[in-house]
Design a protein around this ligand. Structure first.
Ligand SMILES: [Zn+2]
Ligand SMILES: [Zn+2]
Length: 157
C-alpha cells in the first residue's frame, strides 16, 4: 500500500491510520501479512507504528515437515525526509513522499524471521543415511567411520 506522506509531514498534529493485508514479494515462507497502524506528526516528528501479523507457511529446515505459524511483531520507525549526521538507526529515510509501506514492512518481517525455520526447537531432522525422520523413530544407522581414522586406529592397536 502507498501512503501519501506530504500532508502528514506538512501538518503538525496530523495522523493517518491504515489497516490492510498484502502478500510480501519474494519471501516464499510468508503467506500473508496483516497490518494495522498509523503515521503521526507530533511536534514535527513523523512516526510510523504498526502491528503486523503474518503467517509463516514453510517447511522445516531439518526434517521438511510443514510449518504453519502465526507471528505478530510491533514495528515503529521515525520517518525522515533527509538524514543528518547525528541521526541514528531508528530513523528511516524515506525515498519518496509517495511512500511504499509494503517494502518497509516486508523488511521488518524478514529481520524478525529466525535464520532457520524449524517445526520445533529440538527437531532431530532426518537421518543422513536412510532418510528416516528421527523425530518419529531411531533408525539404528551408525555414522560410518572415516577410513583414514580406521587405519590410524589399526596402527595404534
Ligand atoms: Zn523438523
Ligand atoms: Zn538411518
Amino acid at each position: 500500500m502507498f501512503i501519501e506522506l506530504e500532508p502528514i509531514f506538512n501538518n503538525e498534529g496530523s495522523c493517518k491510520e491504515f489497516e490492510y493485508e498484502f502478500v510480501p514479494e519474494d519471501c516464499a515462507e510468508i503467506a500473508v501479512a496483516r497490518v494495522k497502524g498509523s503515521v503521526k506528526n507530533q511536534t514535527g516528528i513523523v512516526s510510523l507504528t504498526a502491528e503486523v501479523s503474518f503467517l509463516i507457511d514453510a517447511l522445516c529446515d531439518r526434517c521438511a515437515a510443514p510449518v504453519k505459524e502465526e507471528n505478530t511483531i510491533d514495528i515503529s520507525h521515525i520517518l525522515v525526509s533527509q538524514l543528518n549526521d547525528s541521526d541514528n538507526d531508528n530513523f528511516f529515510l524515506i525515498d519518496s513522499m509517495h511512500f511504499n509501506l509494503d517494502e518497509l514492512i516486508r523488511e521488518d518481517i524478514l529481520l524478525s524471521l529466525p535464520t532457520k525455520i524449524l517445526c520445533r526447537d529440538d527437531c532431530k531432522g532426518l537421518c543422513p543415511y536412510c532418510g528416516a525422520n528421527l523425530n518419529e523413530k531411531q533408525c539404528g544407522c551408525k555414522k560410518p567411520v572415516d577410513p583414514r581414522l580406521e587405519a590410524l586406529k589399526k596402527f595404534l592397536d
